[in-house]
Design a binder for this molecule. Structure first.
Ligand SMILES: NC(=O)C1=CN([C@@H]2O[C@H](COP(=O)(O)OP(=O)(O)OC[C@H]3O[C@@H](n4cnc5c(N)ncnc54)[C@H](OP(=O)(O)O)[C@@H]3O)[C@@H](O)[C@H]2O)C=CC1
Ligand SMILES: CC(=O)N[C@@H](CCC(=O)OP(=O)(O)O)C(=O)O
Length: 307
């Protein structure tokens, strides 16, 4: 028998891409609210309580409201918003880091943010292994396609074709910093410097490192080796050992649910750049939500994904 899935916020950027990945799947039946009823509280409450699985693709406040509307102990939730990513009682939906078993048995799963997906994939295993210090003031630079900001930012970039680059989060305090700190096990919140470029999707997340100034840090080769070991066998996350002179994000990028990690080191090993590349709507949002849904439903984790 197929499981019922309700995507609350199905008309939004993340919701639409989840529906596309589930559309042809016989294991799931989608509960769909038409345009007149998709924001109607009673229609949403009914769908939220009828579904076996709910995927929340809403702003944080609406996601909290949706969770409060669930009155049964059967409906399982994946929340794509920031609302519950460091909350008690929620499992952080990063299977490669928390383990698939934790997600398979969870009632409440918080889907990681797009930038934290890159940052945590790089930093969390290295801190856990003692190859990077937990008490270091890390910096994270990142650029994202404008779909990362949902319908509002897509509208802005499509209206004003003259914006090539938009730096933001300039006074610190970006909403992703708490989950980056907590799930990497850091004692000092990183400085996070995000930016948006004139491309619909795709992102590069970078952590530059002064390894030579750290106590007990691993060499660039040791960092790469640990990441390779961590993601061995993953069909989604890979560590590439190449020496490209440049890394390009293409404005024509198509949806993809993979996450690619690289470690670049200086000749003397005293400096490194950890770099993650992903699709903000793939492993950064919708692809990750479908991966989590697959795991929760006891299905192969890559079913329906674009690899
Ligand atoms: N875009 C991305 O790359 C990523 C997004 N996320 C997170 O996913 C969530 C959704 O983001 P995104 O898809 O980008 O945003 P969008 O703005 O594109 O979509 C949000 C959708 O939610 C709908 N909505 C808002 N309030 C309500 C409500 N009370 N009841 C029902 N529907 C409501 C909106 O309706 P309307 O269409 O009328 O505006 C819209 O369709 C956010 O929390 C975001 O932070 C996470 C990772 C990456
Ligand atoms: C380009 C852009 O604006 N990106 C969004 C983050 C997108 C995302 O990851 O959503 P969550 O906040 O739910 O994690 C931002 O910086 O707020």
């Amino acid at each position: 028998m197929s499981a019922t899935v309700f995507i609350d916020g199905a008309a939004g950027t993340t919701g639409l891409e989840i529906a596309e990945r589930l559309g042809s799947r016989s294991e799931f039946d989608l509960i769909v609210l038409d345009d007149e009823r998709r924001k109607d509280a009673s229609a949403r409450a009914e769908a939220l309580n009828d579904a076996d699985f709910v995927v929340l693709c809403l702003p944080d406040d609406a996601a909290r409201e949706a969770v409060g509307m669930i009155r049964n102990d059967r409906t399982r939730v994946i929340d794509a918003s920031t609302a519950y990513r460091t909350a008690d009682g929620w499992t952080y939906g990063f299977p490669e880091l928390v383990g698939r078993d934790a997600i398979a048995s969870a009632m409440r799963v918080s889907n990681p943010g797009c930038y934290p997906t890159g940052f945590l994939a790089l930093v969390a295993p290295l801190v856990a292994a003692g190859l990077l210090p937990a008490d270091w003031p890390y910096v994270c630079h990142a650029v994202s396609g404008y779909s990362g900001g949902g319908k509002a930012l897509i509208g802005r970039f499509e209206e004003d074709r003259d914006i090539a680059f938009r730096a933001y989060g300039l006074t610190m305090g970006h909403k992703h910093v708490p989950e980056m700190t907590v799930h990497a096990g850091l004692s000092i919140p990183p400085i996070f410097a995000p930016a948006v470029i004139a491309a619909h999707r795709g992102m590069v997340v970078e952590v530059p490192l002064h390894l030579g100034a750290m106590k007990n840090a691993g060499s660039p080769e040791a960092l790469r080796g640990k990441l390779s070991e961590t993601y061995t066998g993953s069909p989604i996350v890979s560590v590439v050992d190449d020496e490209p002179g440049e890394l390009l994000l293409r404005a024509s990028m198509q949806p993809v649910d993979t996450l690619t990690l690289r470690v670049f080191g200086s000749a003397d090993g005293s400096q490194a750049r950890l770099v993650a590349m992903l699709d903000n709507l793939g492993k950064g949002a919708s692809g990750a939500a479908v991966q989590n849904l697959n795991i929760m439903a006891g299905l192969p984790e890559t079913a329906g994904l674009r690899l």
